[in-house]
Write a protein that binds this ligand. Structure first.
Ligand code: ATP
Ligand code: MG
Length: 222
């Protein structure tokens, strides 16, 4: 496994108008590392994840993902780069309500050059791995919370990302479903060597990670 830096943010800041919610954050994550990000509600965790994953542009600073400075990329380049390298699990699932579970998972693959067969195989295999083989044709509204989250995880993994961002992936789930999701993520990390940056409120979960990063008021404090 390559143990070099896979993701780094240097002097990252984000301002919304006069409000600076991320303040000069410098952070780096090694390939295959499992890092937890903790801190009070509103301290800037989701915003920092958005900057590091290229969902949002920083006001200052730069982000390098697998050697590419994504802050210099055009919108089109960034979209393509994200599709090929980044997985993101949102706290609120963010599934598209009019698409089935299978279609939600396969969607990120459509802009990538790939045969229909390959696309079909990848999305189906992942859903089966998430024990959702019998729910592939369900719309999100007909799935339970844990099932939705597993669809969201499958979608985040369908492009074989180098880095997986997870924003409170167990936040909306009961504790046993949450445990199952954590097991999936931990397995992914140990078996596939995917680097994971996970936001969590739960100290117990954070203890299972290799490294803990604490944020306070827009800054990394430890
Ligand atoms: N688009 C926006 N415009 C203005 N302010 C924003 C915007 N997005 C976030 N904020 C503010 O930035 C701060 C940090 O928000 P962020 O979502 O990053 O916090 P968080 O640490 O993820 O909190 P939580 O644990 O509750 O999810 C908050 O005070 C929020 O109100
Ligand atoms: Mg948040």
């Amino acid at each position: 496994m390559n143990n070099g830096t896979i993701l780094s943010g240097t002097n990252l800041s984000k301002k919304y108008g006069d409000l600076e919610v991320v303040k000069h954050v410098t952070i780096s994550i090694n390939a295959g590392e499992f890092v937890c990000l903790v801190g009070k509600s509103g301290c800037g965790k989701t915003t920092l994840l958005s900057l590091l994953s290229g969902l949002e542009r920083p006001t200052t600073g730069e982000v390098k993902l697998d050697g590419t400075d994504i802050t210099k990329a055009t919108e089109d380049q960034l979209a393509l780069f994200r599709r090929e390298n980044v997985g993101f699990i949102f706290q609120s699932f963010n599934l598209i309500p009019t698409l089935t579970a299978w279609e939600n998972v396969a969607l990120p693959l459509f802009p990538i050059k790939m045969s229909g067969d390959e696309r079909h195989r990848r999305a189906t295999e992942l859903l089966e791995k998430m024990e959702l083989g019998h729910r592939m044709d369900h719309l999100p509204a007909a799935l339970s919370g844990g099932e939705k989250q597993r669809v969201a995880i499958a979608r985040a993994l369908v492009n074989n990302p180098k880095v997986l961002f997870a924003d409170e992936p167990t936040g909306n789930l009961d504790s046993s479903t949450g445990d199952a999701i954590m097991e999936i993520l931990t397995k992914l990390h140990t078996e596939k060597g995917v680097a994971i940056l996970m936001v969590t409120h739960e100290v117990e979960l954070a203890k299972t990670s290799q490294r803990l990063i604490r944020m306070h008021d827009g800054q990394v404090i430890a």
